[in-house]
Design a protein around this ligand. Structure first.
Ligand code: ADP
Ligand code: ASP
Ligand code: MG
Length: 436
């Protein structure tokens, strides 16, 4: 069984949905994971924000506008009156559901239910389209088997069991459609895998059913060597290892959800990144194999806060770092980068929810300085310890960029530097010039 995920642009219009059929209509048994139509989740976020702010008129306006878009899409998508009527009813039921929130209390649970509507709509609409053109398929509700645990991690055991049970209900079927992004949480409520989470759905399902390949279909021909939204003249990379791809995804390469590589890596399932607009292009294949030497790609992650900790007591002392890390652990705040000297530690976080509480506790035994609006630029490749010159090339390229922190040697695949976010573009461009 193969898993194919199609992102927002790949289902972004009636035309795109129709074009998608030729990519999935063969004899290979498959699960097709769909995102919401592009723009929908952002629009739903706006609706939720208006409801939080009790701006109910604004929310109604936004709901009406989005509904109209969907009515326009179905007019182009379906040929028969029968399909069109069914799709109209589908859209009305989802949008009336959204309207019901304008009369009610609004909490984070309602917000998550709202955010789930995009994937529920796109999958049902595509399923109706397949029905209309006589392609047999099954719509599998992701909410029946996708679940996260109390730590918001995928509950792999539950997912594996329940996905297999769902599939076993249809022993003679070959084509399954399901929603990306959405899931239930440990309390059984509707939840999601965070923005861009459909990639994660695909790799989680791929791992759960031990699929032979996971394909992520998007609007670009694979993982590029630099951020194509910021830098000109980037190119696709044919092969990446799981470790390399995971670093790039985590450090900002938007083409992949930050943590989606892990489930595939755990079960050693190749991940292929492909372009729906250019299906013949080779794309990128991600496997356990690491090929090539030196720098392969660069990515950048914004919204980073640096915390610098200094203490005379650190000198020649053991247990100091443990005391520091324990505080971050207690506040469930992951640390991205870290550098130390004999009397000071600097580290970075991106989740600042508990920043005040963390710094208050740190201040009990050391001096603390924080700095916001920073960017981690991550340089990924094969930097074997035995070879010389990698660091020189990187820092030569960056000779005109003020660097706040450097992390090298943590893994043979990554060099990370921390810069002011205002210098992100300059940094990416300088690296493109100097390294590729
Ligand atoms: P989808 O809706 O299919 O999930 P995304 O917008 O999430 O698509 O991801 C694809 C986009 O990621 C590309 O259009 C590109 O602009 C952006 N991107 C950022 N960094 C990279 C990179 N290193 N390689 C390829 N694409 C990247
Ligand atoms: N629709 C969700 C989002 O826009 C999930 C995804 O597209 O991967 O974030
Ligand atoms: Mg995406």
């Amino acid at each position: 069984m193969r898993v194919l995920k199609f992102g927002g642009t790949s289902v972004g219009s009636a035309e795109r949905m129709q074009a998608l059929v030729s990519l999935i209509n063969d004899d290979v048994p498959k699960i097709v994971v769909l995102s919401a139509m592009s723009g929908t989740t952002n629009h739903l976020v706006e609706i939720a924000n208006a409801l939080y702010a009790k701006e109910n008129d604004k929310a109604k306006h936004l709901i009406d506008a989005l509904e109209k878009k969907y009515f326009d899409v179905i007019k182009q998508l379906y040929k028969s009156e029968n399909s069109l009527t069914k799709a109209k009813e589908l859209i009305e039921s989802h949008f009336n559901y959204l309207r019901s929130f304008t009369m009610d209390m609004f909490t984070v649970n309602e917000e998550r239910a709202i955010l789930a509507q995009g994937e529920l709509l796109s999958t049902a609409m595509f399923h109706y389209h397949l029905e209309e053109i006589n392609i047999d398929s099954v719509l599998l509700p992701a909410l029946n088997f996708m679940r996260i645990d109390e730590n918001e991690e995928p509950d792999m055991k539950y997912i594996e069991q329940n996905a297999k049970t769902e599939l076993a209900n249809y022993p003679n079927k070959k084509l399954f459609i399901t929603q990306g992004y959405i899931c239930r949480n440990a309390f059984g409520e509707i939840d999601n895998l965070k923005r861009g989470g459909s990639d994660y759905t695909a790799t989680i399902i791929g791992a759960a059913i031990q699929s032979d390949e996971i394909q992520i279909w998007t609007d670009i021909d694979g993982m590029h060597n630099n951020d194509p939204r910021i830098v000109d003249k980037t190119h696709p990379i044919a092969e990446l290892s799981f470790d390399e791809a995971a670093e790039l995804a985590y450090f900002g390469a938007k083409i992949l959800h930050p943590t989606c590589i892990l489930p595939a890596q755990m079960r050693n399932i190749p991940v292929r990144l492909l372009n729906t607009m250019q299906p013949q292009a080779k794309g990128t294949v991600i496997t356990s194999k690491s090929t090539g030497d030196g720098t392969k790609a660069v990515a950048a992650k914004d919204g980073i806060t640096a915390i610098s900790i200094k203490s005379g007591r650190m000198l020649l002392a053991y247990g100091f770092l443990r005391a520091v890390f324990e505080i971050f652990e207690r506040y469930k705040t992951p640390i991205d980068m870290i550098t130390t000297s004999e009397v000071a530690v600097s580290l970075t976080i991106d989740n600042t929810t508990n920043l005040d509480a963390i710094t208050n506790e740190l201040k009990e035994f050391c001096s603390v300085k924080t700095e916001k609006d920073l960017t981690i630029v991550c340089i990924v490749g094969n930097f074997t310890a035995e070879k010389q010159g990698y660091a020189f090339k990187i820092f030569d390229a960056l000779k005109n960029i003020p660097i706040r922190m450097i992390s090298y040697g943590g893994s043979p695949n990554n060099v990370s530097i921390l810069v002011d976010s205002k210098l992100k573009k300059d940094t990416l461009v300088a690296l493109n010039k100097g390294l590729f």
